[in-house]
Design a binder for this molecule. Structure first.
Ligand SMILES: NC(=O)c1ccc[n+]([C@@H]2O[C@H](COP(=O)([O-])OP(=O)(O)OC[C@H]3O[C@@H](n4cnc5c(N)ncnc54)[C@H](OP(=O)(O)O)[C@@H]3O)[C@@H](O)[C@H]2O)c1
Length: 255
């Protein structure tokens, strides 16, 4: 049987307490990984995800940290390395959007969106890279968005969110070039419309119908659809992919 095998490796997933992050943490564990589950607000949800990781026979560590706080991210990376004895994979999944149009965006709102989406990625990669460089191996995965590719969002047209998610893609390409010679790959996953739990449940029927009409595969995505891409990019089978922005969107946007 062909399987993506991450046995013995260790990962950090930011915003791992729900949605795409939770599904990624569990999928990585199922593939053999120990997982540090980061959360910001919901400790009980993060503990539940850690329980699911342990149910797969892997070690789990739960760490509260605001990814916009670089010192907290650095401390989390150290804690994960001490607990697991290594760090092979980071998934920068924490994200935040805004519905504020460009002509009204305040500096504080711009900074909030960029701090969580972009600075959070920078802080995580910067803290993880020394160990990855020493090991000459590593997987860095950023969760961007179709919006960072197309500039279009169904429910919240927001150039600031699009700009932050596009910035991630730029970082991925630049960093992929910087560390490619060290056996470290750097890739982005760009989800389309991903329904999980109550996410998007309140979307107006006409918005949902319009979205579905533009998705050739005829359905919205699941958190597991994105987690599958994360596990693939983390695997040895993806060792020749770097600097890629992997569109996981049912065909909604084709580059
Ligand atoms: N769902 C979609 O349709 C979709 C589509 C494209 C891209 N994405 C991207 O995929 C990622 C996950 O999305 P999702 O839909 O699963 O979750 P989500 O509902 O967008 O929630 C965002 C997650 O990020 C966490 N977070 C926010 N600020 C944080 C901070 N400062 N530090 C640490 N964690 C923080 C939140 O935790 P708290 O609640 O504790 O703050 C929450 O777990 C995001 O980057 C999102 O932009 C999602």
């Amino acid at each position: 049987m062909f399987a993506l095998d991450l046995t013995g490796r260790a990962a950090i997933v930011t915003a791992g307490s729900r949605g795409i992050g939770a599904a990624s943490a569990v999928a990585l564990a199922r593939a053999g990984c120990d997982v540090c589950v980061n959360y910001r607000a919901d400790a009980a949800a993060a503990e539940a995800v850690a329980g699911a990781v342990r149910a797969e026979g892997r070690r789990a560590l739960v760490v509260q940290a605001d990814v916009a706080d670089s010192a907290a991210v650095t401390a989390m990376v150290s804690q994960a390395q001490e607990t697991f004895g290594r760090l092979d994979i980071i998934v920068s999944n924490a994200g935040a959007g805004t519905k504020v149009p460009m002509h009204e965006i305040a500096d504080e709102e711009y900074r909030r969106v960029f701090d969580i989406n972009v600075k959070g990625f920078v802080a995580l990669a910067r803290a993880a890279l020394p160990a990855m460089r020493a090991a000459k191996s590593g997987r860095i995965i950023a969760i961007s968005s179709v919006v960072g590719r197309s500039g279009k969002a169904f429910m919240s047209p927001s150039p600031t969110y699009a700009g932050a998610k596009a910035a991630l893609i730029g970082y991925v390409r630049g960093l992929a070039r910087e560390v490619g010679g060290l056996g470290i790959t750097v890739n982005a996953v760009c989800p389309g419309w991903v329904d999980w739990g109550s996410k998007h449940a309140a979307a107006p029927a006409e918005v949902r119908a319009s979205a579905l009409s533009q998705i050739p595969l005829g359905r919205t995505g699941t958190a597991e659809d994105i987690a599958n891409a994360v596990v693939f990019l983390a695997s040895d089978q993806a060792s020749y992919l770097t600097g890629v922005s992997l569109d996981v969107n049912g065909g909604l946007y084709m580059a």
